[in-house]
Design a protein around this ligand. Structure first.
Ligand SMILES: Cc1cc2nc3c(=O)[nH]c(=O)nc-3n(C[C@H](O)[C@H](O)[C@H](O)COP(=O)(O)OP(=O)(O)OC[C@H]3O[C@@H](n4cnc5c(N)ncnc54)[C@H](O)[C@@H]3O)c2cc1C
Length: 381
């Protein structure tokens, strides 16, 4: 690190590293293969505060800054990005409440997330992915609340959550301007969990449809202002994208370490392959990109901690660059391991499968680049 971490940050980093090494890594391959979520570990991570790091202590969270959270997430993702995705989904669902909820909502819904309860963030729909303004889940105002109808897809922890933060439109003709956000309890009549997805990577995380059929949501569960949902979603994603960057850095670091170690041990043509310049150039490029990605993640987190102005551009850069880096580093690392890297006996092919989602979820990298370009153009005005 080019700057000194506080003793608290160093301790948190060490605790997370040890947890990843002792609790997450030993089970990562098993749950990836079975495509199941280790619920006891996810609940333990919740109770240890790993899934509510930045939630203030008064609401049961870890009360740490965004930089510390990113350092911790990098360590956990080094252990397994799928398990860590499931654990961090709580933060994604909690941000709308933390940032826009009233005191009553915060006191009711945030503390359980540090006590084994799970939440999920429901924005994406079959017809509204990158274009969140095209959401068609309808929130019809009725006496004392709203009735929700619609389908959400690709929801992390969709099948495991105790409650959901849901984005719905009050008027389909008004697009993004009519979005509103709601907290919806899992046991609400009419709410059901649909198809569980079978995925290429992060297979230990649970991804499902969530279906709303005439689900009554009381008006006290409206988050922020009616029609304020688009801002809630975008502000949430600005804060959570550095976390995705940190996840990507954790995967890349795990792959680089494994490839470097392998290059010292694998002998061909009478020498360890790490003696060959072609391999060294790969290791150098991987190491440079990994460091650059980590710095962009730290920069975005530090800007978020300063709470001054927009962080959309910095946050998008961190997520896009780190996601691309995870894909690049894992691909090159697998190449360094040759045929062995391709085999399921080794973790490398899992790292590569896990890396791909970092370029897709919480906004694809194409969308991140649109956000970055808007910042560039705005800066010239
Ligand atoms: C494993 C997993 C977990 C997820 N978890 C959650 C979750 O917890 N909650 C949630 O709400 N969502 C979640 N998502 C959804 C995720 O955020 C979306 O998949 C993502 O935003 C992309 O939407 P899409 O898949 O509909 O792709 P599309 O929006 O259909 O995009 C398809 C392609 O077109 C490109 N594209 C689209 N528009 C443009 C444009 N204007 N210019 C240039 N290129 C463009 C995209 O970059 C992409 O390459 C998850 C997805 C996955 C796969």
């Amino acid at each position: 690190m080019p700057f000194k971490l506080s003793s608290e940050q160093e301790v948190m980093q060490k605790v997370a590293r040890e947890y990843a090494e002792n609790k997450i890594r030993p089970i990562a391959a098993k749950y990836d293969e079975a495509e199941e979520t280790p619920l006891e570990i996810i609940k333990e991570m919740s109770r240890l505060g790993f899934s509510t790091l930045t939630i203030p202590e008064e609401y049961g969270g870890g009360g740490v800054d965004a930089l510390t959270a990113c350092l911790v997430i990098e360590e956990l993702a080094w252990g397994c990005a799928g398990i860590t995705t499931s654990a961090t989904a709580n933060s994604l669902a909690a941000y709308p409440i933390l940032l826009f909820g009233n005191e009553e909502q915060k006191k009711k819904y945030l503390p359980p997330l540090s006590n084994g309860k799970l939440a999920a963030f429901c924005l994406t729909e079959p017809g509204a992915g990158s274009d969140a303004g095209a959401i068609s889940t309808l929130a019809t105002p009725v006496d004392k609340g709203f009735i929700l109808n619609g389908n959400k897809c690709f929801i992390t922890n969709g099948g495991l959550a105790d409650y959901y933060t849901v984005f719905a439109t009050i008027d389909r003709k008004k697009g993004a301007r009519a979005l509103s956000a709601f907290i919806v309890d899992r046991n609400s009549p009419g709410l059901s969990v649909g198809k569980k997805e079978s995925k290429m990577g992060i297979r230990a995380s649970n991804t499902t449809e969530v279906i709303f059929e005439d689900v009554f949501v009381p008006e006290e569960n409206l988050l922020g202002k009616k029609y304020g949902g688009f801002r809630i979603a975008m502000t949430t994603l600005d804060l959570s994208r550095p976390i995705i960057g940190a996840l990507a850095v954790g995967i890349a670091r795990a792959a680089l370490e494994k490839a470097a170690q392998y290059s010292k041990e694998r002998v061909q043509f009478g020498k360890p392959i790490g003696h060959f310049q072609a391999i060294q150039l790969k290791l150098a490029e991987m190491a440079m990109r990994l460091e650059a990605a980590r710095m962009l993640v730290c920069r975005a987190a530090i800007l978020a901690d300063k709470k001054k102005g927009r962080i959309s551009g910095a946050s998008a850069m961190a997520k896009a660059y780190a996601g691309d880096t995870a894909m690049y580093v894992t691909t090159e690392a697998l190449q360094i391991m040759g045929g062995y890297g391709y085999m399921r006996d080794y973790p490398m092919e899992k790292y590569m499968r896990d890396a791909k989602i970092m370029q897709i979820y919480e906004g694809t990298n194409e969308i991140q680049k649109m956000i970055i370009a808007q910042d560039v153009l705005r800066s010239l005005k």
